[in-house]
Design a protein around this ligand. Structure first.
Ligand SMILES: Nc1ncnc2c1ncn2[C@@H]1O[C@H](COP(=O)(O)OP(=O)(O)OP(=O)(O)O)[C@@H](O)[C@H]1O
Ligand SMILES: [Mg+2]
Length: 392
């Protein structure tokens, strides 16, 4: 059976009675079916999933987790939204933000199966630190996430913390850097001391900011001190809780920093199957109503990040509110939005969208769009589509 690994994960999660992860595994199966072109099966599953998500969202127990809740680390205090965070002594700016598990309900970004499998495996380990200790190994829950801007890194970190039921201490490292390097090292120390005192997930956003400091030739000695301070702080944090570092510029990080992280996860830009799902989520109209639009947006968004695709889909939704849907077909609005966005869309895609509508049909059909989808998108009959795509 082709998708047996997903079915195995599904069954495992179902037995663990964790509704968010169960939803996620079903979503994976839907993605895989979409990728295979089994859209009817995908739509049927997606409908079940939507119904289930709606009903579980209403249940107040959504954030309570059964059985698998990670154990409390001895000696750590509980964070509260009012807990005072350390500040930069010179500017009085806070060095971090506290995000409580109930503050945001994040959904896991849609990643390709291998990335997803890694995330599942990681979470399993983090949730079962006791078993790792029993096996004589030491849990060192740390993760470095790297990838292009807007690929879901911050969202993933917040989602992981939410799965663990722990608050996040979120620090942007570029915000810790002071023009006085001595202050930078002191800020780092204060941040880590704070995170190590509480039961939390420490998220270090813009992690490469420290590495950038290092490249400044004017301050070599001082900069070394800052990088060393970071390395030492990371070492001390082992055993005190989960640390997640996020960066867009992994090439700037040196091997000593890489080594401090147990897992390094590359998040890619979404492939077509994920883009269809992201577009569907953004269109918020249910699989049946928005499938063809989602397919076209996903095709247009080749090479874009998830965040860029969301921007595009949201623009499309806004535009559709103010057009006469009977007179302007969906494809015309998508072409218009694609042509007037700051998001960088491929020239090959734009050159097709800039053709007369009747001349777009043939290349889109060649790209895999069905007659029915094209009929819907261009608001013409399937017969007309058929004629146009076979015309010389
Ligand atoms: N693969 C994806 N699936 C679904 N949504 C996505 C995906 N990638 C990005 N998004 C959405 O795009 C938005 C921005 O994501 P996020 O801020 O997590 O990206 P990031 O990688 O941290 O970006 P940056 O590098 O600019 O900080 C979020 O709303 C997120 O849900
Ligand atoms: Mg981010």
């Amino acid at each position: 059976m082709e998708h047996f690994p997903i079915v195995t994960s599904l069954v495992r999660v179902a037995l663990g009675n964790d509704s968010e992860r169960l939803n996620h595994q079903v979503q994976r199966l839907v993605d895989a079916l979409v990728a295979d072109g089994d859209s009817t099966q995908a739509a049927a599953l997606s409908k079940l999933l939507n119904r289930r998500t709606r009903s579980t969202e209403l249940a107040p127990s959504r954030l309570t987790r059964s059985g698998q809740a990670p154990t409390h680390i001895a000696g750590l205090e509980q964070l509260h939204p009012q807990t005072a965070v350390p500040v930069d002594k010179d500017s009085s700016a806070p060095l971090a933000t506290i995000i409580m598990p109930d503050d945001v309900v994040t959904t896991l970004p849609l990643f390709p199966a291998p990335v997803q499998d890694n995330i599942d495996a990681l979470l399993m380990e983090w949730m079962n630190a006791d078993r790792i200790r029993e096996a004589g190994l030491s849990p060192s829950p740390s993760l470095l996430v790297y990838g292009a801007p807007g690929t879901g890194k911050t969202t993933l970190a917040l989602w992981l913390a939410q799965q663990l039921g722990r608050p996040v201490v979120l620090a942007r490292l570029d915000g810790l850097i002071s023009s006085f390097l001595g202050t930078t090292a002191r800020n780092l120390g204060a941040l880590f001391a704070f995170a190590n005192r509480y039961d939390c997930v420490l998220v270090l956003d813009e992690f490469d900011a420290i590495a950038k400091v290092r490249d400044d030739p004017n301050e070599v000695g001082e900069i070394k001190r800052v990088v060393n301070a970071l390395l030492q702080n990371l070492d001390v944090r082992v055993g005190r809780g989960v640390t997640v570092a996020l960066t867009n510029h992994e090439a700037l990080l040196d091997p000593a920093i890489w080594r401090r992280f147990e897992v390094q996860l590359a998040v890619p830009k979404p492939a077509f199957a994920q883009r269809v799902q992201i577009a569907l989520r953004s269109l918020d109209a249910g699989e049946d109503n928005a499938r063809a639009e989602a397919l076209l947006l996903a095709w247009v968004a080749d090479g874009l990040s998830g965040a860029e695709l969301r921007t595009l889909a949201t623009k499309y939704r806004k535009r559709r509110l103010f057009v006469d849907a009977a007179a302007v077909p969906p494809a015309a609005t998508i072409a218009q939005v694609a042509d007037s966005t700051s998001v960088h869309i491929g020239e090959d895609v734009l050159s097709i969208l800039r053709l007369e509508p009747s001349r777009q049909l043939k290349p889109l059909h060649a790209a895999g769009f069905s007659h029915a989808d094209l009929a819907y998108l261009f608001d013409i009959s399937t017969k007309t589509v058929q004629r146009r795509v076979t015309e010389e």
